[in-house]
Design a protein around this ligand. Sequence first.
Ligand SMILES: [Zn+2]
Ligand SMILES: [Zn+2]
Length: 273
Amino acid sequence: MIDVHCHMQFHKFENDYDAVIKDAISNGVTTIVNTGTSIESSRQAVELSQKYENLYAIVGIHPHHADKTDAKYEGEPPQDWLVQLESIAKSSKKVIGIGEVGMDFWNYRTNGIVPVDLQEDAFRKQIELSIKLSLPLQIHTRLAWDETLSILSDYKKDFQAPSGMFHCFSGSVDFAKKVLDMGFFVGFDGNITYGGIPPGETTALVDLVKYVPVERTLTETDSPFLSPIPLRGQRNTPSSIPIILDFIAKTKGISYNTLEAQIERNFSEVFKV
Ligand SMILES: [Zn+2]
Ligand SMILES: [Zn+2]
């Protein structure tokens, strides 16, 4: 079982990450990918990947942090965030992708919407880095479907196949079609179990689960966020992957084991692990 996107380096796990990771592994989760959202959390994701055989890292600046790239990190010059990110990405073979990067027009309670030009600049620079390093992208997009696709399409000729995945997928069936047509894979999280249409969206996530072929589907938890029902509201961990797999298998009308094996193949295809 694969958790292709979570954040064990976030402070919600600082006291017990070792127990949480060991628990997930003993529950049959074979691979856990920690994704960075800033320079600091990217570094921490790499550090964790070096402590455990089953852990990997994806490094990048989240669009929600695109206005904080000039914050000082460990005394290094602020304008060097891209240089720093490149050196983090090259620091270990366990770095398997660039993410989470993208565009996000959701109005967050903490700092609203980051200026669109800053988001776009950080996204473009990180797409270019992923091409330079031949690492797949792990894309975060929320309520910014057209903008995300239009930016990505500028680099289409430079992408390797497959070029990566969209994580925590939401949007319309039409958007899903365009994402698949561009060769991307699609990650689903515990929020697919919530039912109804998510805030600000137009399409129920279960309809997207139905639409995306199993050959393009990946499983993720986004821990500590988005615990699936019946754990909704609690801190999420990679141990909830079986609940997400079971929900997708039932929705697709295929066996749990068939889906699990297919997702392991998909993961290898995208991330070469
Ligand atoms: Zn995200
Ligand atoms: Zn995330």
